[in-house]
Design a protein around this ligand. Structure first.
Ligand SMILES: *[C@@H]1O[C@H](CO)[C@@H](O)[C@H](O)[C@H]1NC(C)=O
Length: 255
């Protein structure tokens, strides 16, 4: 993955759940165990978890609250070769809307975890909302600002390829770790609303909003690999925490 202009300094998710050692919980009773190769069951299971636990998180599943998902820090760096060259950072932002996400496909696991897992999802509307600062150049305009921002991605198609690696912690205690996530986002529309641009100079702010909202596709395309990379790291942290919470012997009926 291309990270040349991506600086994700300290991307830490808030309040991750921890279990005390020695006690190995089972899968919650309302969640059906699947066999590792049953794609339909895995798909239904993931959608069940999103519908029932995204808004609250689940201690038993080691799942953080997904909606809103608190993002402590997320930053993109300038790329002098791109028409969109900005330092953009968010701190303590919320990603809102993931509870409406639908997994459309999840590929089967293999018993040695050697085959990457492919996820396809769609999220009708996700909003990144929170304090931001920006400095740089967008197409022909210089940009500088600090305040609250809201970036909305509509009908966002998400394609992720996840590499896993098994870690044995004893007999019948094989844990999966997420070693790599490659993610691609394809929204059908992106809208930007940035408060506090140009020290509150209204006309400059309106010009920039018109420019980036009318040319949202070009702007997003320039930032896509960085934004996808950042979202991939977030997904990786959430998934690693969840999948590493229970041994595979308890997640699957035939592992
Ligand atoms: C994944 O989680 C395990 C603990 O379950 C941790 O040791 C490991 O560092 C994590 N890996 C990543 C990439 O977050």
């Amino acid at each position: 993955m291309e990270y040349h202009k991506l600086v994700i300094s300290l991307l830490v998710l808030g309040c991750l759940y921890k279990y005390s050692t020695g006690y190995v919980p089972d899968l919650p009773a309302d969640i059906q165990k699947c066999t590792i190769a049953d794609e339909r069951c895995l798909l239904d299971g993931m959608n069940y978890v999103i519908r029932h636990y995204a808004a609250t998180g689940s201690k038993e599943l080691g799942l953080v609250q997904l909606d809103p998902l608190r993002i402590k820090k997320l930053s993109l760096g300038k790329n002098p070769n791109s028409p969109v060259s900005i330092d953009l950072s968010f701190s303590n932002a919320d990603l809102i809307g993931l509870s409406e996400a639908q997994v459309q496909r999840v590929s089967a696991f293999t018993s040695d975890l050697s085959r990457p897992i492919v996820f396809d999802m769609v999220s009708p509307k996700v909003t990144l909302k929170g304090p931001y600062s920006v400095e740089g150049r967008v197409l022909i305009l210089p940009v500088v600002g600090k305040g609250n921002a809201q970036i909305v991605l509509e009908n966002c198609q998400v394609h992720a390829v996840v590499k896993l690696s098994p870690v044995s912690k004893g007999a019948h205690q094989t844990y999966a770790e997420v070693t790599e996530v490659k993610m691609k986002l394809e929204p059908s529309r992106v809208t930007y609303k940035l408060d506090g641009l140009f020290n509150g100079q209204k006309e400059l702010s309106e010009n920039l909003h018109a420019l980036i909202n009318e040319n949202w596709r070009e702007v997003f395309n320039e930032l896509k690999s960085d934004i996808s990379g950042a979202m991939g790291l977030i997904f990786k942290a959430v998934l690693n925490k969840t999948i590493g919470n229970l041994p595979l012997e308890q997640l699957f009926s035939d592992f």
